[in-house]
Ligand binder design. Sequence first.
Ligand code: SF4
Length: 273
Amino acid sequence: MNLIYLIEQSLLEKEEKRKIGKEISGEHWPSSASLKIGDKTEGECLLALYRKKTGVQETNPFSPDTLQKFAWGNLFHDWISDLLEKECLKGNIKSVEKEVNFKLKEPRLQNLISGRIDMILNGKIGLEIKSSFGRFFFSKEGLLSAGPKISYLTQTLLYLKAKPELEYFILLFLARDIGFKVAYNVYREEDYIRTEYFEKGEKKTKRYEFIAYDKIVERWVELEMCIAEKKEPPPDFKFRSKWPCSGCLYFNMCYPEKKKTEAKGRFDFGQQE
Ligand code: SF4
C-alpha cells in the first residue's frame, strides 16, 4: 500500500472540493479583503483575485506539502474547539457556537460579503484561531514586535461589522512547535479598530485608524468594476520578497522569466497497489 500517495490524493481532492464554487460565486469573503495604505497594498492582490473570480486556471496550485501544512492548522483549530466545548460542559463558558456563517449586504457592492467565524463564545465574543511556528512570533517583524498581520485585522473588522451583537473579538495565536500562546482582543472604534493584549501583566493598546471598513469596500468596488469591464487590474505587488508573489497561485503568469516548476506531490505513481 502506498500510504503517501493516498494521503496526498486525499489532500488534493479536499482542496478541489473546497475551491468548487467559492472563487466564482462572486461573493466577497473576508480573507480576500485588502486596503491601500498610501501606495502600499495590504492584503490580497486585486489581480490574483480577478483571476480567481473569472476562473483563470492557476499556474501554481498548492502542492500536497502546502496542503498538509494547512491541515495541521485545522488540527489546532479542532483541538481548541473541543477544549472550549468541555469548558462549556463544566460551566466555565455559557455557550460555544462553532463555524458561524454570515452574509453582509453592502450597498456599494453588487455581491454580498460572505464569511464564517470560527467560534462565538457566550453569544457576544468572537474567536478566530491562528497557528504558526515560534520563529514567526519572535522574529524582528513577528507577531510580538509588529502585532497581528494587517490582513488578520481587516478580516476581524469585517466580522465585527457583520455581527454588531459581538462586543469584541479574540484573535488567539498558538505556536505549533514551542507551546507559546497569546491572545489579542480586537474592539470596534467607530469604523476602525483597536487591539489590546497583555505582556508580562501589563496591558498594551494599539489603535489602527488606517484599517477602515470603507477602504476595504473601495477595493472590492474596484474589483467588481474590473470584472464587469473584463479588464485586468494592475498587479498590487512586485516580486521582491517571499510574500506574497512567490506564494501566489498565479506566480508563473506574472513572472514567466522566473517560472517555477510545477509543484507535484512526492509520491511514486508506480508503487500504487
Ligand atoms: S504573482 Fe504577485 S502580482 Fe501577480 S497576481 Fe500574484 S500576488 Fe499579484
